[in-house]
Design a protein around this ligand. Sequence first.
Ligand SMILES: Nc1nc2c(ncn2[C@@H]2O[C@H](COP(=O)(O)OP(=O)(O)OP(=O)(O)O)[C@@H](O)[C@H]2O)c(=O)[nH]1
Ligand SMILES: *[C@@H]1O[C@H](CO)[C@@H](O)[C@H](O)[C@H]1NC(C)=O
Ligand SMILES: *[C@@H]1O[C@H](CO)[C@@H](O)[C@H](O)[C@H]1NC(C)=O
Ligand SMILES: *[C@@H]1O[C@H](CO)[C@@H](O)[C@H](O)[C@H]1NC(C)=O
Ligand SMILES: [Mg+2]
Ligand SMILES: [Zn+2]
Length: 297
Amino acid sequence: PSPPDAVSIMARRGLMEQDLTKLDVTKLHPLSPEVISRQATINIGTIGHVAHGKSTVVKAISGVQTVRFKNELERNITIKLGYANAKIYKCEDDRCPRPMCYKAYGSGKEDTPACDVPGFENTRMKLLRHVSFVDCPGHDILMATMLNGAAIMDGALLLIAANESCPQPQTSEHLAAVEIMRLQHLIILQNKIDLIQESAAMNQHEAIQKFIQGTIAEGAPVVPISAQLKYNIDVICEYIIKKIPIPERNFTSPPNMIVIRSFDVNKPGSEVDEIRGGVAGGSILRVCMQISVLIQN
Ligand SMILES: Nc1nc2c(ncn2[C@@H]2O[C@H](COP(=O)(O)OP(=O)(O)OP(=O)(O)O)[C@@H](O)[C@H]2O)c(=O)[nH]1
Ligand SMILES: *[C@@H]1O[C@H](CO)[C@@H](O)[C@H](O)[C@H]1NC(C)=O
Ligand SMILES: *[C@@H]1O[C@H](CO)[C@@H](O)[C@H](O)[C@H]1NC(C)=O
Ligand SMILES: *[C@@H]1O[C@H](CO)[C@@H](O)[C@H](O)[C@H]1NC(C)=O
Ligand SMILES: [Mg+2]
Ligand SMILES: [Zn+2]
């Protein structure tokens, strides 16, 4: 479609109008409505021990299943860095009770959906953040992959399974890794609380506090959740807004992209003259948002 059609299609889908001929790049900000309508501007990692629920919490927040490669599905673990975007909203009515007034949807959602809290259905919600998840593998042999992902994180969710003792080996290793990289903005998620009694959860809460004492995570919020049952996902949204600051982004400086993943888009057995290059995914430094680029050969 010609550009005016594209603009009107976006408007019909409830996205902010974006007319490139009128856009003043020097005035853009990571929270500009015309930016976050289409593009995530904050990168949030998920870290922690294998199978503690990193990919499940990303799915609960964004609606996107990050585990999609055949070998990942077979083994039910994350192998490559997963990628999923989510829009985070808050109800416009200040009387709407928290934490229910916070809500996340997938990236394609309109910018002003209706609130779904009973009694507030006629109120619109406001788009406050558009975040991009960097879903790390927790398996010990995939530590190098996790470190790649950590390079672009602005904040991270540290997942801890409530039905296992804390810390497990990669709980400590991943925390040490982000500590070395001076990633300060962490939210700890005590996951799988559907599997344990309240008293056990309280005991583990103490163990988590002891574990993070003296680390970069000291003082971080510890939120009990069930990623699978989507319990307390709204609390995570509230903390993402309140605890992970807006990174500085410069929309006019020359782009510099950190590549953290790559994909082969060719079918196995393709002839040489059919080969179409590949896809590099990563984050543009200075603007720093996750994108994928098709490299033509
Ligand atoms: N009961 C329960 N199970 C959960 C919960 N969250 C995740 N699980 C299960 O735990 C298993 C591992 O979840 P994943 O989300 O794949 O864990 P992960 O941390 O992404 O695993 P890796 O990426 O391989 O490190 C899956 O079978 C999930 O269904 C939860 O809140 N409650
Ligand atoms: C794989 O993970 C899904 C949820 O992500 C879960 O429902 C299923 O039981 C798991 N399968 C195995 C074999 O662990
Ligand atoms: C914790 O829960 C998971 C299911 O998510 C299960 O596979 C695992 O064995 C449990 N761990 C313990 C120590 O019971
Ligand atoms: C953004 O980068 C450009 C070019 O590198 C520079 O001139 C400008 O001052 C920067 N703006 C901000 C707000 O840092
Ligand atoms: Mg995973
Ligand atoms: Zn509301």
